[in-house]
Ligand binder design. Sequence first.
Ligand code: SF4
Length: 346
Amino acid sequence: MSEIIKTSLKDLSDEELSELLERCGVAAFRADQLRHWLYQKWAADFSEMKNLPAALLGKLQAGYRVFTLQAEETLTAEDGCVKWLSRLSDGNTVETVLIRAPERATVCISTQVGCQVRCVFCASGSKGLIRNLTTAEIIDQVLLPCRYLEAKINNIVVMGMGEPLHNLDMLSRALDNLNAPDKFALGARHITISTSGIVPGIRKLADLHRPWNLAISLHATSDQQRAQIIPPDYRYPLEEIISACQYHRQQTNRMPTLEYALLKSFNDSPEDAARLAALAARLHAKINLIPCNPGPSRYQAPALAQCRAFLDRLIRAGAQATLRTRKGDAIKAACGQLRSRQRTDN
Ligand code: SF4
């Protein structure tokens, strides 16, 4: 007989949690204590919740879980990056990366197991979508590095496995909980959602009126070029993406970022730089250049000198641009790589 998967407390709304505690026969203030353990002490087990009555913990334990991730592999790199491969209750695995800089800790979280967009250069999408992550599974990826560091992280980038806007309902509930002052209390401006350019999702996100940052993984500056790296099912015309970003800007007043993975001999020419700078000017967007991570495709990163030359062209054209140094190569930090390696090993 298969094991019954218990509901995570973090998948309950505030009302549902209050009702649950009422059914357990305890005073309403216990909900605040429970939230404190979940979101501010980053508890992974009921046994850590020292100020809650044993009878209440026993009742909760019978039907509910505190933490949804079982860290199966933890890899650390010399540059401070940490990568976890965590087992979920149904046996699937998910990747989470901690990126450390002086005075800043950023966690890169996943929103899906696999991805149906299937960009050709990406390990996460190579086998398609398996399932969406739940709200609790998304939140717990943020709490995992807090437990590891014994300190609260400063930034969240939703840039790991999966297309975040294909799981916006679960993601927005998770981010609302992470923003809430009585829960994780991280400022909305410290959160960035990165999409491959899902137009209906960008518009839906805009209509939520949350001041989360939006990043577009553009990677190509013409529709013909994008067609070579993104299969047709979830590829939208550039003009529609631009219009959706402008709508998002109107609704949230947040300046978008264009993420651009530099792929050798594909999108690194002077003409690409000129088109990218022009697109950024139309959107009042910053540009973040990322040398392509090694993955399942034929694409490679250009040499560092060429990446810098591309950056210089953008800056000379008036763009606000940065070149991100590739962190975590030694631990396969690019999304989907650890998980796909494990599946190959198995
Ligand atoms: S790059 Fe992002 S959207 Fe594309 S397949 Fe990978 S996870 Fe999905």
